[in-house]
Design a protein around this ligand. Structure first.
Ligand SMILES: CC(C)(COP(=O)(O)OP(=O)(O)OC[C@H]1O[C@@H](n2cnc3c(N)ncnc32)[C@H](O)[C@@H]1OP(=O)(O)O)[C@@H](O)C(=O)NCCC(=O)NCCS
Length: 201
C-alpha cells in the first residue's frame, strides 16, 4: 500500500483523535482513553511536536504516532530526559499492512537525528521487540512504582546511550486521566458501544 508519513498539523488534530478512538476502542478497556490522551498530550510542554507523525494513504490519515518527554531519576535524584512513545494507532481496516511499523521506524530515526537518548514505552514485547526494544530491566530501569514487567520496554537511540543511566521512569503527569474528564470528552464523538472483549485481558 502506498503510504506517506508527514508531521501532524493542527488541522489534523480532530481527525487523529477520531482515528485513535477507532484504533483503541474496546481493545484495552470498554471504550478507550487514548483519544483523550492524544488531545491532552499536545497541550503540555512535554509534547514533542517534531515527533508527532501521521501516516497517509492518498490524502486520508490512517495512522499516527505521538511522543512526549519523560525522565529517568536515579537514586542520587539525577534526572535524565528520555522519550515516551505513545499512543500509536492505525485505523482498524488498515492494520497489519506495515503502517504501524513504518511509523515506528520513521519516528525512531527522527528521534535519533534530534539527539534524544532513548525511548520508553509500555506495549507488546513481540511487537516492539522487532524495533529493538528490550525489557527496561536490561538497562536497570524500573517504573515510577519501582516495578518491572515484560510490557515495560526501552530502546537506546545510539550505542551506550543508557550507559550509567538507571533508576525509575516517570512519564508526564498528562498520562493520569480523570474518568469524568473522559466522559465529557467522549460526548464530542459519535456514539459507539462499549463492550468487554478478550483483548482486555
Ligand atoms: C499496534 C498497531 C499500531 C500496529 O500497527 P499495524 O499497522 O497493524 O502493524 P504492522 O502492520 O506494522 O505490523 C503488524 C504485525 O504486528 C502485530 N501486531 C499488531 N498489533 C499488535 C499488538 N497490539 N500486539 C502484538 N502484536 C501486534 C501483528 O500480529 C503483525 O504481526 P505479523 O507481521 O507477524 O503478522 C495497530 O495494530 C493498532 O492501532 N492497534 C490498536 C491500538 C494499539 O494497540 N496500539 C498500540 C498500543 S501499545
Amino acid at each position: 500500500m502506498d503510504i506517506s508519513i508527514r508531521l501532524e498539523e493542527e488541522n489534523d488534530y480532530q481527525n487523529v483523535e477520531y482515528l485513535t478512538r477507532e484504533a483503541f476502542w474496546n481493545i484495552y478497556k470498554p471504550g478507550c482513553v487514548e483519544h483523550l490522551l492524544v488531545h491532552k498530550i499536545r497541550k503540555v510542554p512535554a509534547f514533542v511536536k517534531k515527533l508527532s507523525f501521521v501516516a497517509c494513504h492518498d490524502k486520508k490519515i490512517v495512522g499516527n504516532i505521538i511522543y512526549s518527554k519523560g525522565k529517568i531519576v536515579n537514586d542520587e535524584h539525577n534526572k535524565y530526559e528520555v522519550l515516551c512513545m505513545g499512543p500509536i494507532g492505525v485505523l482498524p481496516s488498515y492494520q497489519r499492512q506495515g503502517i504501524g511499523s513504518s511509523l515506528m521506524h520513521y519516528s525512531i530515526d527522527k528521534a535519533r537525528q534530534l539527539g534524544y537518548k532513548a525511548v520508553i514505552l509500555f506495549g507488546d514485547q513481540n511487537y516492539y521487540g522487532r524495533f529493538g526494544f528490550l525489557n527496561a530491566i536490561e538497562y536497570r530501569i524500573k517504573t515510577s512504582a519501582g516495578e518491572n514487567f515484560e510490557a515495560f520496554m526501552a530502546l537506546e537511540l545510539y550505542d551506550g546511550a543508557l550507559h550509567g543511566i538507571s533508576g525509575r521512569f516517570y512519564e508526564d503527569e498528562v498520562f493520569k486521566i480523570d474518568e469524568n474528564e473522559l466522559e465529557i470528552f467522549e460526548k464530542g464523538f459519535p456514539y459507539k458501544e462499549k463492550r468487554v472483549t478478550s483483548t482486555q485481558l
